[in-house]
Design a binder for this molecule. Structure first.
Ligand code: ZN
Ligand code: ZN
Length: 804
């Protein structure tokens, strides 16, 4: 039985038994067990602890196990206390401590501190590290002709390198990674074994003599002889070629971003016409030359995740206009793998298009054979390597909203770091939605989101989903007891969830789309509610079977009520309207009672009188014209009319362009008529209030007729819409007394709208909560689904079985 420490202070020391000795001054040694949970494997945590313990003169050991790291320290109490204090403060850059638990143990009389090898015991709750960009030390060695790893494309250490993408399961040790097949040379092994070396237990440690290697291939699979494949790749790129380059989480397709012809042929071969392409820039200097960067944007570019950051492009920056047509932003990122640094090292290349290697919306290619098959018609050459990628992982994308980072796509560098939950949840799987799919595995106080999986519309997307699920279930040893899905019965993810649960005899919980959005935002901030939830989104199946998306909800984790919503309008042609926003404009104009036979309107929509008549007939007869309150579709409709954008190449393109053209406009001025009116008449079955958009549409059409600039109209629309929602939220407070607002939904990718709402709500005295760790779009949905289902199940447990 361990001694009771508290008694020592009041009565006598438990170790030396001297009366009235303050415990910390007892000269006798003590021993304590310390269990640290968090991201503590594969991030240099053991050598760090070894160094701390040695510096404090403590004996004992440290080992990785599936519970995190387990430490025992023996020595004087004050030294142990100093050790524990420094443990939290001096933590290595990639590590994260979630909890530290200590326990008193019997003194063993040891004198050395040891690092012991991994054990596999118990339930996995430790974090697995995310992939990290090349650290400054490794970068220095990479470019140092005197270093033994000079120009070695796979240099890494405990502070950097691949992690998640090369790991099969935890504990994170070399045999569990795709580095298992490379036997370290004596020099690498010595580094790996030396607790004081930066490469101590760096699992992907390697060098020219023992590690992975590069080579080049033609699209037909024949090798391209090259002493230095990197130099040949640079030459090919400078000559305008398209090179498929194997990276950390998959292949990229790369071209010189300053070469318009190369960019054009990449788009043509990839069948990707409008969607902006990601741009990798040589260094911060090159980034600043291309974009107007805020300090927060500069900081985000340089985090260990090295995400793609959306930033305002400078004029005449030398980048081919085809990289990001019709929008004022570029998605830029810095080299994060040594191979990428080498491509820029001779300074001839300034910026490279580095886009996920796939055909339109398919998952990114990772396997060499898969790349040969799928990319053979796109790439002119392949830069291959023989380190296997075990997990597909796209580059992450963020934007800064009022200086705070917001995830648009959460993948490389963030996955699979756990996200805390506000309360304990049973082991569960939440499958997310339909587009921008991400699933969540949760257990206890943590949720683990998968990487961005793309759209679950085709077999390839579904296979990626299943492959990633199997991997993360294995990694975290989570066997779901509950499956959670969207309420929409027609989603592929919903039917998949039903089948998967049925095969295992598990219960399924279906969660309404917008409740999940708001619950996700609440959970990130530990809010158990109630809050006013503003869910502004493209598409989300509602409890009345209609498509919701402009919603003011009163929400708790386990339930919600609909307070107000944008008025329902018909969507002629249903899903087709997403690709053809002019149809959406017809739905809105018809609802607002605006004459569609006006030639100016027909011309703006790019529609023939015959097409317009057909749409009107569809609407009037209710043929394939579902009703929606979607805010995203309202943006599409206004953009279609104002920008004459009949069709789009990617989801939300019209809305993004509408935000883009307003970028230099002020907020106020002439937006009064653009404010939707809040009607409290009980027009809807659920008794919620309605934000009518008639007046808004008349204002848009009047401004167009007057020849008002489209930039001005776009700005007025943003301001007016924001004011309408603020008014609705203020009304919700009047009714409920709630003054906390949670913002969620894909429309919060729109920075102008987000800023207007946040500033306006704060002025009205609201406390405003926004997403920080998961995407406000459908990428964050599964996290919210898990929270809602867990809250419902918790209530059922607390209430017990129904009485007689
Ligand atoms: Zn490093
Ligand atoms: Zn080596």
């Amino acid at each position: 039985m361990p001694p009771v420490r508290e008694t020592a202070i009041r009565y006598s020391c438990v170790r030396c038994e001297a009366l009235s000795v303050i415990e910390n001054t007892c000269p006798e040694p003590e021993r304590r067990g310390v269990l640290v949970r968090g991201v503590v494997q594969g991030v240099g945590f053991r050598p760090f602890v070894y160094r701390l313990a040695t510096e404090e003169g403590l004996a004992g050991f440290i080992g990785n196990d599936t519970d995190g790291v387990s430490i025992e320290v023996e020595g004087q109490t004050e030294r142990i206390e100093a050790f524990l204090a420094r443990l939290r403060v001096e933590i290595p850059p990639l590590a994260r401590i979630d909890s530290v638990a200590t326990q008193d143990l019997r003194v063993k009389g040891e004198s050395d501190f040891l690092i012991i090898s991994s054990q596999v015991i118990g339930q996995v709750s430790t974090g697995i590290p995310a992939d990290a960009a090349t650290c400054p030390d490794c970068l220095h060695e990479l470019l140092d002709p005197a270093d033994r790893r000079y120009r070695y494309p796979f240099i890494n250490c405990t502070n950097c390198g691949p992690r998640f993408t090369i790991t099969r399961r935890i504990p994170y040790d070399r045999p569990q990674t795709s580095m298992a097949k490379f036997t370290m040379c004596a020099a690498c092994q010595a580094e790996y074994d030396n607790p004081l070396n930066r490469r101590f237990h760096a699992q992907p440690n390697a060098c020219w003599d023992c590690g992975p290697r590069l080579w080049m291939e033609s699209p037909d699979g024949s090798p391209i002889p090259a002493d230095d494949p990197v130099s040949v790749t640079i030459e090919r790129l400078l000559a305008g070629g398209i090179v498929a380059i194997k990276g950390i989480g998959g292949f990229h397709l790369s071209v010189d971003a300053t070469n318009p012809d190369a960019v054009r042929s990449l788009r043509e071969r990839k069948h990707r016409y409008g969607k902006p392409l990601a741009l990798m820039v040589r260094d911060m200097e090159a980034a600043r030359a291309l974009c107007l960067l805020t300090p927060a944007e500069e900081a985000q570019l340089q985090t260990s995740a090295h995400p793609i950051v959306l930033a305002r492009a400078r004029e005449n920056n030398g980048i081919a206009p085809g990289v990001a047509p019709a929008i004022p932003w570029l998605g830029i990122f810095l080299p994060y793998a040594p191979l990428q640094h080498l491509l820029f090292a001779d300074r001839r290349l300034r910026a490279l298009v580095m886009t996920s290697a796939n055909l339109s919306e398919e998952p990114i290619a990772i396997d060499n054979d898969e790349a040969r098959t799928r990319l053979g018609r796109i790439a002119d050459a392949f830069l291959m390597h023989d380190r296997e990628i075990l997990q597909r992982c796209d580059d992450s994308v963020i934007a800064l909203v009022d200086g705070a980072p917001q995830l648009i796509r959460r993948a490389r560098g963030y996955v699979p770091l756990g996200i805390e939950l506000p309360f304990d949840v049973p082991p569960m799987l939440a499958v997310g939605g339909h587009l921008k799919s991400v699933f969540t595995l949760a257990r206890g106080r943590f949720a683990y989101q998968s990487q961005h999986l793309g759209d679950l519309e085709n077999l390839a997307g579904l296979e990626f989903f299943q492959e990633s699920l199997a991997h993360l279930m294995r990694t975290f040893e989570i066997e779901p007891e509950v499956v959670v899905r969207d309420l929409h019965p027609g989603y592929l993810s919903s039917s998949w969830a039903n089948d998967w649960a049925a095969a295992r005899g598990l219960p399924v919980v279906a969660v309404p789309h917008h409740h999940a959005h708001i619950a996700a935002c609440m959970a990130e901030h530990g809010l158990e509610g109630p809050v006013i939830g503003l869910s502004l989104d493209g598409t989300g199946y509602g409890t009345d079977g209609k498509i919701w998306g402009g919603e003011v909800l009163i929400s708790r984790p386990d339930q919600f009520a609909r307070f107000a919503h944008l008025e329902y309008v018909p969507v002629p042609g249903g899903e087709a309207a997403i690709r053809e926003p002019w149809r959406m404009a017809v739905g809105h104009l018809h609802t607002a009672g605006i004459d569609l036979n006006d030639p100016a309107i027909a011309e703006s929509l790019g529609a023939t009188p015959k097409e317009l008549a057909l749409m009107q007939r569809m609407i009037e007869r209710g043929l394939n014209s579902p009703l929606t309150s979607s805010c995203g579709r309202l943006f599409d409709a206004v953009a279609a009319l104002v920008l004459k954008r009949r069709t789009v190449d990617y989801e939300a393109q019209a809305a993004i362009e509408l935000e883009g053209i307003a970028i230099d406009e002020g907020d106020k001025g002439g937006c009064q008529d653009y404010v939707p009116e809040l009607w409290s008449t009980k027009q809807s079955n659920d008794g919620s209030r309605i934000l009518k958009t008639n007046r808004l549409w008349h204002a848009v059409v009047d401004d167009l007729r007057r020849g008002e600039r489209e930039e001005r109209i776009a700005a007025r629309f943003h301001s007016g819409l924001a004011e309408g929602f603020i008014w609705a939220v203020a009304n919700a407070r009047k009714t409920t007394g709630i003054a906390k607002v949670a913002l969620s939904g894909g429309c919060f990718h729109n920075r102008r709208l987000t800023r207007l709402l946040r500033e306006g709500l704060r002025e009205e005295g609201f406390e405003v909560f926004q997403h920080r760790q998961v995407s406000p779009g459908d990428g964050g949905l599964s996290y919210g689904q898990a929270v809602v289902a867990a809250a419902i199940l918790r209530n059922r447990r607390e209430q017990g079985p129904p009485g007689p």
